[in-house]
Ligand binder design. Structure first.
Ligand code: ADP
Length: 408
């Protein structure tokens, strides 16, 4: 079944056309600066290896969708002969609140519930609503499915998702742990369960999705027991520009000391912290790795190393605590931009973990700096398996969409 996967941001729209019968990616691309000057589309026809990038006016997401369909059906750079060949659309949705614990076919009722999720992620939800409307305008009648980043985490028990604040704030405002990157955690934990070769119900896996935004999950028996992101994607480990877990008392302290408004302290924690804040020069792990490789003569060496060491320390703590709550550990999985492409971080995290049964295979890790297929980086004798599994959220979205449309 040909499924168009759509990931709508406030001024961008990413897409992929996937045949779910053969897992073939036919085309992918991005429309950028929608509604602004110099909007452009970048389109790749992956089977023939063709690429186009051109400026094209796009007032809104409906214009973007029209352009996407034009490119998909273009005789030269396209991959299908007409819109009829797209059987359904699957949307990535960042926040489903407590309303959605699994993917769902779009209906008026679903749309109303999605609007309620604006409280948790206003910018993202507005963007998704625009993406959905763009598809309704361009391809009326085509089935649409919503796949939520939060859904996989809905299996957590209250002891994992309720914060020890006055309970009325949970009831009044829905303040609780939701978690993010659920589609990625779901994909890599399912792949890992297959690699372990035992029934999913018997597996205990820690999944480490480490990119610009990072989250760690404890997945026991195929269900999330806990995850590091919380009410918002700010919680958990240190990230590119986000601080992750800090003592909450720092917030009012800094607001007073630096005379910051709630919006300003939010910007500090979301945009000026993490790798960027600690290193003082970059949020990108490649820049930090370069400075570290240059050695102490590099003016950025000390703080780049500190920034990376903080993430290493955070990850070890999460892996250890998640092994404790699952009462065991079969596997640790690394995925996403850093997890798939930064062998040094993987080594830092996995060394000196013999107590947890991890025997790291440095040679296998060094041989796979950039991982494009599932790769084992622990020794065969290791009690706990460590793998790098490239994530594929779009494939999960496409498969969920195909299954719902087929009525499975
Ligand atoms: P996002 O959370 O925005 O999806 P990504 O998963 O793309 O982020 O991760 C971005 C991070 O991954 C950056 O720190 C970047 O340095 C790192 N990264 C991505 N691709 C590569 C690569 N090919 N080589 C080294 N690092 C990479």
């Amino acid at each position: 079944m040909n499924i168009l996967v759509v990931n709508a941001g406030s001024s961008s729209l990413k897409y992929q056309l996937i045949d779910t019968d053969t897992d073939t990616l036919y085309a992918k691309g991005i429309c950028e600066r929608i509604g602004g000057d110099g909007s452009l589309i970048e389109h790749k026809q992956t089977v023939k290896g063709l690429k186009v990038k051109k400026e094209h006016p796009m007032q809104n997401h409906a214009d973007a969708m029209k352009l996407v369909v034009e490119h998909l059906t273009d005789p030269e750079v396209g991959c299908i002969s007409g819109m009829d060949e797209i059987e359904a659309i699957g949307h990535r949705v960042v926040h489903g609140g407590s309303y959605f614990s699994e993917s769902i076919l779009l209906s008026d009722d679903v749309l109303e519930k999605l609007k309620l999720c604006r409280d948790f992620a206003p910018l993202h939800t507005d963007a998704h609503l625009m993406g959905i409307k763009g598809c309704l305008d361009t391809m009326p009648g085509k089935p649409q499915v919503l796949v939520f980043d939060t859904a996989f985490h809905q299996t957590m028990a209250p002891e994992a998702y309720i914060y020890a604040l006055p309970y009325e704030y949970y009831e009044k405002y829905g303040i609780r742990r939701y978690g993010m990157h659920g589609t990625s955690h779901r994909y890599v934990s399912a792949e890992m369960a297959k690699l372990l070769g035992k029934p999913v119900e018997e597996t205990k896996i820690v999944t480490c999705h480490i990119g610009n935004g990072s989250s760690i999950s404890a997945v026991k028996g195929g269900k999330v027991m806990d995850t590091s992101m919380g009410f918002t994607p700010l919680a958990g480990v240190e990230m590119g520009t986000r601080c992750g877990d800090i003592d909450p008392a720092i917030v009012p302290y800094l607001m007073e000391a630096e005379n910051l408004s709630p919006a300003e302290i939010n910007t500090v924690m979301n945009k000026k912290s993490g790798f960027l804040g600690v290193s003082g020069f970059s949020s990108d792990s490649r820049d930090l790795e370069n400075a570290i490789a240059n050695g102490p003569s590099d003016p950025n060496y000390e703080r780049a190393k500190l920034a990376v060491d903080i993430l290493k320390h955070n990850l070890k703590k999460y892996i250890g605590s998640y092994a404790a709550i699952m009462n065991g550990l079969d596997a640790v999985v690394f995925t996403a931009g850093i997890g798939e492409n930064n062998p040094n971080l993987r080594e830092l995290v996995c060394e000196d973990m013999e107590f947890f049964g991890i025997e790291f295979d440095k040679a296998a890790n060094d041989a796979a700096p950039h991982v494009s297929e599932n790769t084992r980086i622990s020794k065969a004798s290791s009690k706990v398996a460590v793998w790098v599994v490239p994530t594929n959220e779009e494939l999960v979205i496409a498969k969920d969409t195909a299954a719902l449309v087929a009525g499975k």
